[in-house]
Design a protein around this ligand. Structure first.
Ligand SMILES: [Cu+2]
Length: 142
């Protein structure tokens, strides 16, 4: 339940992974092209590979029927991790965490990457803003 204006953004991809404006604009152009021209999808993937943090520890979270599964995710402290949140619906869900300073709307059938950390050891709550009573969970950094 944080400020509404930040909902539209919610971009959890750190800018530090984009090495320069020319690379970033290439990446954007390729990604836009790949949405309409299937042949360029391979090029987009090739370009995006060094920009994505695919070498980070990865964790999966599923939003389904107004809940998150699993409700607890244990991650290493002191290390950036990549959380992939898949929304199996029905309806949109928003991954929201004031403790993690993250919020991201995910449409049904879609997934979103959320980069987290490095975190100090501790428990960081998150919830689904569209189902705040039932969609609750926590990330535990150890
Ligand atoms: Cu929100």
């Amino acid at each position: 339940m944080t400020e509404k204006q930040s909902h539209a953004g919610g971009n959890a991809r750190p800018r530090a992974f984009i090495s320069g404006p020319s690379v970033a604009s290439l990446f954007r152009a390729a990604r836009q092209a790949s949405q309409s021209v299937g042949l360029i999808a391979g090029l987009s993937l090739g370009l995006s590979f060094p920009l994505h943090a695919d070498n980070l520890p990865g964790f999966s979270l599923t939003a389904k029927d107004g809940r998150f599964l699993p409700e607890q995710i244990d991650i290493p402290a002191g290390q950036k991790v990549r959380l992939v949140v898949k929304n199996e619906g029905p309806g949109p869900e928003e991954f929201e965490s004031s403790a993690l300073n993250r919020e991201k709307v995910i449409l049904p059938g879609k997934s979103a990457e959320i980069f987290i950390g490095p975190l100090k050891p501790g428990t960081y709550d998150f919830y689904g803003e569209f189902h705040p009573q039932t969609a609750r969970g926590r990330i535990v950094a150890r």
